[in-house]
Design a protein around this ligand. Structure first.
Ligand code: GCW
Length: 861
């Protein structure tokens, strides 16, 4: 028995516990025995369905005692279904966490009680407790009070929804082990409208969704089983979200036709107990496409009448309907330009129909020309939102809200704040953030976005002198607007854990918490979420919070630096590296990298003039190379690669360094996470580990693609000698090939050496082998291969004649070719290798995936 065999046994044993299902393999029974002996499972397996609302038992006796005085009764005053929900939730939570079942009552008993009700109801039941009631509808007040010789915990609000939010706040405190004995506090959400948008299609797919198929639709209809819809509404309510638009903003007009109304009403019913208002996205052309008119001109009276009638019909079925979201004149959608009308005309015809019912229309400012002439250096997509909407300021109805993406381009890993957010003075505005990680790793990469959102919400636009942060502008506070909001594109799906990734749920949680209370810090939110999701173990909390807080910067480090954009494949999946895909097309996500330098000149003097859309105090900072922050340098300026940053590094060296640092950080996370084994339930531990390991591999793909590309473009070597030098690698195309042939990979930077190998015959296994020529010792083998979505090739690795690993490439990555989206790494740790050992990889193709292989890296263990 060779040492390699022992090691592979241990490794296979690990992968039986953590890895994907395997096929074939050796020594099955022995392995199982080892597995059973080694795996103690002290923690209950969890699939993530409960997210942060697990109500896990508080098993620490001292912490339990903190809640000894909690009354045994919970009273729901009045007959509001939302308050009844709150009562049931409190019972559920207390039972889970404290093991006690509260008694549900509808009037005050002769004993201490938790009391849920509106201010009016509480005042009536307990007139002796004084209340100040100046809160907005969704605000709540928590108060411990003594009266009639008893103790009360009062959870009260102006509106039933506030009572529910107050109840979740109390449950959160208990879960965080904070005493609720003598509470006296009130809370009031910052912006009145806190919505999520789902981009679900009627066929059950989700645009830019990475957590499975739609929970709302299947096969062209609303889903039969709305259990998950109810659970989603509960999650939303727990973080203060009060509206949800359920369908893609690239809207299907059929949803406005009659057969769908009763179906929509079912969803509204599932939302209602949780205080979440149903909304839908609509297309401006609906009067024509769904209504049979020969026009959708917003100024045509027949069109106005059609919207009025349609909206009346909706409200007859759904009295608490929230309203509409509209994407018009954008990316091929119909819009008011078809009739020479303005966006205000389009928004207003719908707003007027909604107004009598209390509904709102969110009109998206994501309007730009995607056929811009890239040859004209003065053209600039970033200017579009401001140019389209600023001239219309003051022309929107009071229940219309302009919904503005956080940045002027499109949810890139880093962008400046959209100047439009600081420019509207007489129009309601909402900021649109993206929870779904379209450009930030699609939930396969850990990228906690709360720190980014914090920066955006805190950014001072100087809209009326200093002191006008975005969070106040979108709340309508600065210019005294009737309403405003914070919107998040969520895109949860049917995966048990909602977003396809346990850790990504921190973004949904954080979005809601920030939307309700933007004064929370990113650290507070990360800590809360971690404790609620993974428990109070201080090692888990500190490791995970640090990872989360670091992760946005890390993702930025190994993807798009210095404000250049994510540098991803913008014409395809928006996932893997694709630097050139931004250029020479009309989409306008340009970074203008060439052989001399990189960046978009957006100054007024020599560039596109975008910077002058900001108020003077902000524009001044961006306009000058001396004051422009490094993080946004390439968004605002075109500079040579040798330009020296405030950090003291040149731009090119920053690109190399940040990419190496970022990739290294992801590897560190794998080690960190492994060190938590046994402190987290097996199921979630394994799922997160698999994602982090994948990320560490993919970060390396990113690093190499970007560094190699810039090395070749700039001709400036990496001062640390790393870029372009891979002494530990053996390229597949240079191995001894049997049945494999060398192919060019596009874009070239996404495969080592620009090439890979693929099997020639779809029916036959093929092999690539090489002779190990290093020193004897323990080695880690990194096998870089491509896992496409159009096949499930099998790989088997031999050292001499010993199988040391085997797997199926059956992941569902967004690529049907070998490239930077499908490139994946399999690591075989701690193999004992001797000079002249033959390492052989056998690939068996499947479907259109020809067992593609990039290289093998041999590193000292
Ligand atoms: O980011 C882009 C996405 C599109 C999306 C669009 C939008 C719904 O790539 O998929 O369409 O933005 O926000 O409208």
């Amino acid at each position: 028995m060779t040492i390699a065999w022992y090691e592979s046994l241990a490794r296979l044993e690990r992968s039986v516990r953590f890895g994907p299902p395997r096929w074939g393999g050796r020594g099955g029974a022995g392995l199982l025995l080892v597995t059973v002996l080694l795996v103690a499972a002290p923690l209950r397996s969890e699939d993530g369905h409960d997210a942060w609302l697990r109500y896990a038992s508080i098993d620490d006796a001292a912490a339990q005692r903190r809640f000894d005085t909690l009354p045994a009764v919970v009273v729901a005053l009045g007959d509001s279904p939302v308050i009844k929900t709150a009562q049931q939730e409190l019972i559920r939570g207390v039972r889970g966490m404290l093991g006690r079942t509260l008694r549900a009552e509808t009037s005050l008993p002769n004993e201490s009680a938790i009391v849920l009700g509106t201010f009016n109801a509480v005042r009536e039941a307990l007139p002796e407790v004084g209340w100040e009631t100046g809160l907005t509808p969704d605000g709540y007040r928590l108060k411990g009070a003594r009266a009639r010789g008893r103790t009360f915990l009062l959870i009260a609000a102006a509106h039933e929804r506030g009572v529910l939010y107050g109840t979740f706040a109390v449950l959160r405190k208990i879960a965080l082990r904070q005493s609720v004995a003598a509470l006296d506090e009130s809370s009031q959400p910052s912006a009145p409208l806190r919505w999520v948008n789902q981009w679900d299609n009627l066929d059950g797919t989700i645009e830019r969704g990475y957590g499975g198929r739609s929970i709302f639709f299947e096969g062209g209809r609303v889903a039969e089983d709305l259990g998950r819809v109810r659970d989603f509404a509960r999650l939303l309510a727990s973080v203060g979200i009060n509206g949800c638009a359920i369908n893609n903003v690239n809207a299907d007009s059929r949803l406005l036709t009659e057969p769908y109304l009763p179906q929509l009403a079912r969803i509204a019913e599932a939302f209602r107990p949780w205080g979440v208002r149903l909304a839908i996205s609509v297309d401006l052309s609906s009067p024509k496409t769904a209504g049979g008119l020969d026009t959708f001109d917003p100024l045509d009276t027949r069109v106005a009448q059609w919207w009025n009638d349609k909206v009346d019909q909706i409200y007859a079925a759904i009295p608490d309907f929230g309203g509409f979201v509209m994407k018009a004149d954008s990316e091929g959608r119909a819009g008011p330009s078809a009739y020479g009308r303005t966006h205000a005309d389009a928004a207003n015809v719908i707003a007027r129909a909604l107004k009598p019912h209390g509904g709102v229309v969110f009109y998206r400012a994501f309007v730009y020309d995607n056929h811009l002439d890239w040859r004209n250096p003065k053209n600039d997509r970033a200017r579009a939102a401001y140019e389209n909407f600023h001239p219309l300021d003051g022309r929107f109805e009071e229940n219309a809200i302009v919904q503005i993406k956080n940045g002027p381009i499109d949810f890139q890993v880093r962008e400046p704040v959209s100047p439009l957010l600081g420019a509207l003075e007489k129009t309601n505005e909402a900021i649109e953030l993206q929870i779904s990680q379209e450009y930030t790793g699609q939930q396969r990469h850990l990228c906690f976005l709360v720190p980014m959102w914090k920066e955006v919400l805190d950014f001072d636009m100087h809209a009326r002198g200093a002191g006008t942060p975005v969070k106040d502008l979108v709340a309508g506070r600065i210019f005294h607007q009737p309403t405003g909001g914070i919107v998040g594109v969520a895109n949860v799906g049917r995966d048990a854990n909602w977003l396809g990734s346990h850790l990504a749920m921190a973004n949904l949680y954080g979005f809601g918490r920030l939307a309700s209370d933007p004064s929370l810090t990113a650290r507070q939110i990360a800590e809360e979420w971690t404790r609620l999701t993974f428990g109070a173990d201080p090692r888990v909390v500190s490791a995970l919070v640090d990872m989360q807080l670091q992760s946005w910067r890390t993702y930025e480090n190994y993807t798009g630096p210095l404000g250049a954009g994510t540098l991803t494949d913008i014409l395809g999946s928006h996932y893997g590296p694709g630097i050139e895909s931004s250029e020479r097309n009309g989409w306008g996500q340009w970074h203008r990298a060439d052989q001399q330098g990189i960046g978009m000149d957006r100054t007024l003097e020599t560039g596109t003039g975008f910077i002058s859309q900001y108020r003077a105090a902000v524009a001044r900072v961006y306009a000058s190379l001396r004051t422009c922050p490094d993080d946004l340098l390439l968004f605002m300026h075109h500079v040579p690669y040798t330009f020296v940053l405030h950090s003291g590094k040149t731009v090119i060296q920053h690109i190399y360094d940040s990419h190496y640092e970022g990739a290294e950080e992801t590897q560190q996370w794998v080690r960190e996470w492994r060190s938590l084994e046994g402190r987290i339930d097996e199921q979630r531990f394994a799922a997160v580990l698999a994602r982090l390991e994948y990320q560490a591999g993919h970060a390396r793909v990113w690093r190499d693609a970007i560094c190699n590309w810039f090395l070749r473009q700039s001709g400036v070597p990496d001062a640390k000698g790393r870029a372009g030098h891979f002494p530990d690698r053996v390229e597949a195309e240079s191995m001894k090939l049997d049945g494999y042939r060398s192919v060019d990979v596009t874009p070239w930077g996404t495969a080592s050496g620009g090439k890979a190998v693929e099997c020639e015959s779809p029916a036959r296994p093929c092999t690539a082998s090489f002779r190990y020529q290093g020193k004897p010792g323990w080695r880690d083998l990194g096998i870089e291969y491509f896992d496409q979505s159009n096949g499930a090739s099998r790989f088997r690795v031999y050292v001499n004649d010993q199988v040391v690993d085997e797997w199926v490439a059956d992941d569902d990555l967004p690529a049907r070719q070998p490239n930077g989206s499908s490139s994946t790494r399999r690591t075989i740790a701690a193999l004992a290798l001797r000079p002249d050992d033959i390492i052989r990889i056998e690939g068996t193709p499947d479907g259109d995936e020809k067992a593609p292989l990039d290289y093998v890296e041999v590193k000292i263990h």
